[in-house]
Design a binder for this molecule. Structure first.
Ligand code: F6P
Ligand code: MG
Length: 474
């Protein structure tokens, strides 16, 4: 189709859009208010405090308008180029109210509006109202981080080891394929809140793992898994002897998810499945936890001084002293730091922000809205889109029938763009496509799934995932 299906809107009480607008967004804005309040209290620069108070007023007004179902007001010009576009779209929507507006537009507008309070200020221009939250969630994923760091060190050593590399080709290819799936699945579940789904990844483990309970358990929650096709695409490019083979990751969340994204990136480079990884972060604080360039720096900073990072208590009043890292744990984290900083310094790991990622546009609009970015993505062997929001944007957050083919639901990217797309998505919203006939009904019938003919509740929790590939040639 040349147009996507109709979008989900906040007026639909059976969708997660309505629940988001009613319950989640006010909590998020309140969190932002608390954070700024806290920052003002801790600051003794009068001019900064004054500006902070103006920001608080803006946030409080936004919260009031949202909770009282007022119209979305045009965004105030904060000097950035995307404002005009946001306002043009708002006008085209007929200046809607909060509870009768396309979900995707409203949610992007919310974060863009928050940014308009900070952008014009002198002291708060680069302030990230969600930074504290992102960093503390990363800290709390310490056990998984340490486990993965240990496995990563072993893995990198193995990939460089002669005994591994001189295995018969067939064996090597088999091992490589399994490792690739494993790394991508870790990267996928890093997007879910449930870290317990993580599985292990050394070569030995993986061999045992083919029968592993944990991996199988997580795998049955992947409703569609096109990883083999994505792997074939990378291997084909390698076999063709292409010198530069680039892979892109359109990032989602900071902290633990960024950590696993870098694990995947480092693995792909070490395994020779790509020679260059381009990471696409956001340019303004976005959907609470999304990656900004500063989050990348903060993550590397934490790894450079892991003992310092983990020994600083989150809450100094709690009286609890965190357990120091063992020498081994510290070394593993240092190794990650060195490996990733080197890759970054050598230009194999590149950060490439673009204002398009924080527009309200779905990716159906990419070719027209940002032709240069579109052309750039065509140069990649594979573009990996992480997480739920990227999936909603790929599919225009529309009310597709769940059996609609993925290639159809992603518009031009699916048909003749030449962009190879891979979505790694844990489901946290209503839109899902590419499912077999009857699957949606089956899942609705599970406990808490929404019931026959009811809302698609099963798709809201992050428990289920889809991994969908399209070669862009359909
Ligand atoms: O469904 C809840 C939600 O906050 C959506 O608004 C948004 O699409 C998504 O989750 C954000 O999740 P992710 O970080 O995976 O994109
Ligand atoms: Mg996100």
């Amino acid at each position: 189709p040349s147009e996507p299906a109709a979008p989900y809107t906040t007026s639909d009480k059976t969708s997660f859009a309505y629940i988001s607008a009613k319950d989640r967004w006010p909590v998020i804005v309140t969190g932002a208010i608390d954070d700024v309040h806290r920052a003002i209290m801790a600051c003794d620069d009068e001019a900064k405090r004054k500006e902070g108070k103006t920001i608080l007023e803006g946030l409080a007004k936004l919260k009031y308008e949202l909770q009282h179902d007022r119209q979305l007001t045009p965004l105030e010009d904060d000097g950035q180029l995307d404002i005009a576009d946001y306002n043009k779209q708002l006008e085209a929507l007929g200046n809607p109210k909060w509870f009768n507006v396309p979900w995707l537009y409203a949610e992007c507008y919310l974060y863009r509006r928050i940014a308009t309070f900070f952008n014009p200020s002198t002291h708060w221009r680069t302030y990230d109202v969600f930074f504290r939250q992102k960093l503390s969630t990363f800290k709390s994923s310490r056990p998984a981080v340490l486990e993965l760091a240990a496995k990563y060190s072993t893995l990198i050593a193995q990939l460089e080891n002669d005994a591994y590399l001189t295995q018969p080709t067939e064996e090597l290819e088999k091992a490589e394929r399994i490792l690739f799936m494993e790394m991508c699945e870790i990267c996928l579940w890093g997007n879910a809140t449930d870290l317990s789904l993580l599985t292990s990844l050394t070569y030995e483990d993986i061999q045992k793992l083919q029968g592993s309970e944990a991996r199988k358990n997580a795998e049955k929650n992947i409703l569609v898994n096109n990883l083999p096709a994505a792997y074939e695409a990378l291997v084909k490019a390698k076999k063709e002897g292409k010198k530069v083979r680039r892979l892109d990751i359109v990032l989602d969340n900071a902290g633990f998810e960024l950590f696993v994204d870098l694990i995947l990136a480092g693995y792909l480079l070490a395994a020779g499945l790509a020679t260059e990884i381009v990471l696409h972060p956001k340019s303004i604080p976005w959907f609470v936890s999304d990656v900004l360039p500063a989050d990348f720096a903060a993550l590397l900073g934490a790894l450079a001084d892991p003992q310092g990072f983990y020994s600083a208590p989150d809450d100094p009043d709690s009286g609890k002293t965190p357990q120091p890292l063992s020498t081994n744990e510290e070394e593993n984290l240092h190794l990650l730091f060195r490996h990733w900083s080197e890759l970054h310094a050598e230009g194999q790991l590149i950060l490439r922000p673009n204002i398009f990622w924080t527009s309200a546009d779905s990716y159906w609009q990419l070719p027209k809205a940002e032709p240069r970015l579109y052309e750039d993505l065509k140069k990649s062997e594979l573009v990996v889109f992480k997480g739920d929001l990227n999936y909603r944007k790929l599919t225009a957050d529309a009310m597709w029938d769940t059996t609609t083919p993925f290639a159809t639901a992603i518009g031009l990217l699916g048909t003749g763009s030449g962009v190879r797309t891979l979505a790694l998505r844990t489901c946290k919203a209503d839109t899902v496509v590419g499912l077999p006939e009857g699957e949606d009904e089956r899942l609705k019938a599970t406990e808490g799934g929404g019931g026959e003919g009811g809302p698609r509740k099963w798709a809201w929790s992050g428990k289920w995932a889809v991994v969908q590939f399209c070669d862009g040639k359909a």
